[in-house]
Design a protein around this ligand. Structure first.
Ligand code: ZN
Length: 220
């Protein structure tokens, strides 16, 4: 304890003053930057945040089966290959019209994770078990329920058609595109409106009722 008196010596005090001075200067500089180019700073910070969460999710799902197309890579659980192919093909089908409409040109395959049960999808988001979303977009990753959990058609062609027209791929991909082209600078009602609009234009699908109230940072 005796040694602590050392910190109150003249030498230490001048170091502390210098430290405080530098800290103050840094704060003033940051404030100036934030006031001058707030969107750029916010965008850079948000992009780092999104990339960090995305890489973490890719790492935790690294042992899942994976198939890739031109723009998407789909991760899925064993025995669900056929549904994974359908999810991939449907995502690729909607890529061009939505990407071109918003000028999305980012390189790199977009991760899609297919969950074999509603509880496994919901568990990732702390949602109630009865949450009805078929898909969720968050931090650069699209997560969807396996089509076999809700598609009713049996015949393969009808099965694929039902997933394409009533499934979440166009909707969730629009959320992703809005997120990237704005650097996270949007409100939830705005991205939800665009997602429902693109979905309606491309599939004719309309929500019967508003989506459930927002209770998490994840966008359904
Ligand atoms: Zn949505």
């Amino acid at each position: 304890m005796r040694q602590e008196t050392h910190y109150f010596g003249r030498f230490e005090r001048s170091r502390i003053n210098r430290y405080l001075g530098l800290t103050l200067a840094a704060l003033v500089l940051m404030a100036a930057i934030f006031m001058k180019i707030p969107n750029l700073v916010r965008g850079v910070t948000y992009n780092a945040f999104r990339e960090g969460f995305k890489q973490k999710a890719l790492w935790t799902t690294r042992d899942m089966e994976t198939i890739s197309g031109e723009h998407f890579m789909v991760r899925y659980t064993p025995g669900n290959h056929q549904d994974a192919v359908l999810v991939l093909n449907t995502a690729e089908h909607f890529y061009a019209p939505i990407a071109e409409h918003y000028g999305y040109t980012k390189k790199g395959k977009i991760p899609v994770i297919v969950y074999p049960s509603r509880s496994e999808l919901n568990r990732n988001f702390g949602w109630e078990a009865n949450e009805s979303a078929m898909g969720v977009y968050w931090t650069g990753i699209i997560r969807v329920l396996s089509p076999n959990l809700w598609v009713r058609a049996d015949e393969p062609e009808e099965y694929g058609k039902e997933f394409m027209e009533s499934g979440p791929m166009a909707h969730e991909f629009t959320h992703l595109v809005v997120d990237y082209i704005t650097g996270g600078n949007y409100t939830r009602w705005f991205t939800e409106g665009l997602a429902q609009l693109e979905e309606y234009k491309l599939t004719g699908f309309e929500f019967d009722e508003p989506e459930p109230p927002w209770i998490s940072p994840f966008i359904a």
